[in-house]
Design a protein around this ligand. Structure first.
Ligand code: GLA
Length: 401
């Protein structure tokens, strides 16, 4: 997709000049001569108009360069994305009084992402969440994955999609700016069968949404489950815990887990449990309940079976932070949503703004297929075969109330 720019106007008053600049901008967007386009993008960043700019972020030990793209929409919302892991590094959105804050957890340098990130903001693949004992059987063949989470495989293995450099191509169109990211995962990488061509399109819309369109194809039968692992704190990253956030999840059932966080295979009702978020409830209200499921998770770390059952784009969850008035809605076509209350954060990571991240200072709402689906015939299938196209869409929509 071409990188283009729509409006570069810096000129004031004169309507003639404005029209002239608009014409030049349009011509630029059509021709998209790289240096001119780059210069125009820089000008946009300086003038605060919608657009997308690129900068060098860091270099990996092997010499691979990592870029950071800044996307800015017509309403001044800004999102930064790294080519490393397709990581959403920052999300700046207004509170109810119009004050911007970065509401996602992250780092200001590449080395922390490489060495100590608990998947902050990253694209997760080839299989998000857990696969029991790192083992699954497909068409009569058993595959063994690395076990990187106790006895289980987690988030694509030792070097999942979150640790790969993605090829990036920016675009700008009516109503939004975005970035197309692509990555080819070779057959055998992390022991998964088939070469998987993955594409994730991030669009920052003028409605203050981050839209994520995922697509993948394979050369051999394989399993796929892609998601994004952004941690949110709607008070602003580094500004306390998320325990006062009010959460609603449109799910009446969930997949209970064993002590290694693997689904037992049952699909259970949430009614009457401290995991029920059908009515808006503060995250902290029941997070320390003496409930066995909550104990296993060390808080919330569970897959919710969405009432929409993966039939079309629907509102999966809504989070309201009362002090700032910020609201996050998660809209998805996936059948499941992992609600993780940041239980493993322990105050040792220093984030983007220079503050330490204590326990439960961020939460994740990961749209997904159910964990360990390859080992549960009764769960919706995650198998992708040659000729089929894996497609899924999730939106993070921001507003205030
Ligand atoms: C997911 C898992 C959690 C944890 C985090 C990363 O949300 O479900 O158990 O591994 O990722 O720390």
């Amino acid at each position: 997709m071409p990188s283009s720019t729509r409006s570069t106007a810096t000129s004031p008053a004169s309507a003639v000049r404005v029209v002239l600049v608009a014409v030049v901008a349009l011509a630029l967007s059509l021709v998209a001569t790289p240096p001119a386009a780059a210069a125009a993008r820089d000008a946009q960043a300086a003038t605060g108009r919608p657009g997308i700019t690129k900068k060098h972020f860091g270099t990996l030990a092997g010499g691979q360069k990592v870029d950071i793209y800044t996307l800015r929409n017509a309403r001044g919302m800004r999102v930064r994305i790294l080519t490393y892991g397709g990581i959403i590094q920052s999300i700046e959105v207004p509170d109810s009084r119009g004050r911007l804050a970065n509401v996602t957890l992250g780092f200001d340098n590449l080395s922390d992402y490489v060495k100590r990130s608990p998947y902050f903001g990253a694209i997760i693949g080839r299989y998000a969440n857990r696969i029991a004992k790192g083992r699954f059987t497909l068409d009569g063949r058993t595959y063994r994955l690395a076990t990187n989470d106790g006895p289980n495989a987690l988030h694509g293995g030792n070097k999942g999609f979150d640790k790969r450099v993605w090829a990036a191509s920016p675009f700008q169109r009516r109503g939004g700016v975005g970035l197309v990211l692509t990555y080819t995962s070779r057959a055998g990488e992390e022991h998964y069968p088939g070469t998987l061509r993955a594409r994730v399109v991030y669009t920052l819309t003028d409605r203050n949404e981050i839209r994520m369109d995922y697509r993948a194809t394979t050369t051999r039968p394989t399993v796929v489950n892609l998601t994004n692992h952004a941690y949110f704190n709607l008070r602003g990253e580094g500004n306390g815990t998320i325990l006062g956030h009010r959460l609603q999840i449109n799910a009446s059932r969930y997949t209970p887990i064993d002590k290694t966080l693997i689904p037992t295979g049952k699909i259970a009702r949430l009614a009457g449990t401290p995991l029920d978020f059908r009515r808006p409830t503060a995250v902290g209200a029941r997070v320390n309940s003496k409930n066995q499921q909550i104990r296993y998770g060390g808080g919330y770390d569970h897959n919710y079976v969405l009432d929409s059952r993966g039939r079309g784009l629907s509102l999966a969850a809504k989070v309201v932070e009362p002090d700032s008035g910020r609201v996050l809605e998660v809209v998805t076509d996936q059948p499941g949503l992992q609600f993780y209350s940041g239980n493993f954060l322990d105050g040792t990571l220093r984030g983007t703004g220079g503050h330490l991240y204590p326990k439960r200072s961020g939460f994740c709402l990961e749209s997904q297929h159910f964990p360990d689906s390859p080992n549960h015939a009764t769960f919706p299938s995650t198998v992708l075969r040659p000729g089929e196209v894996y497609r899924t869409t999730t939106l993070y929509a921001f507003s205030t109330e």
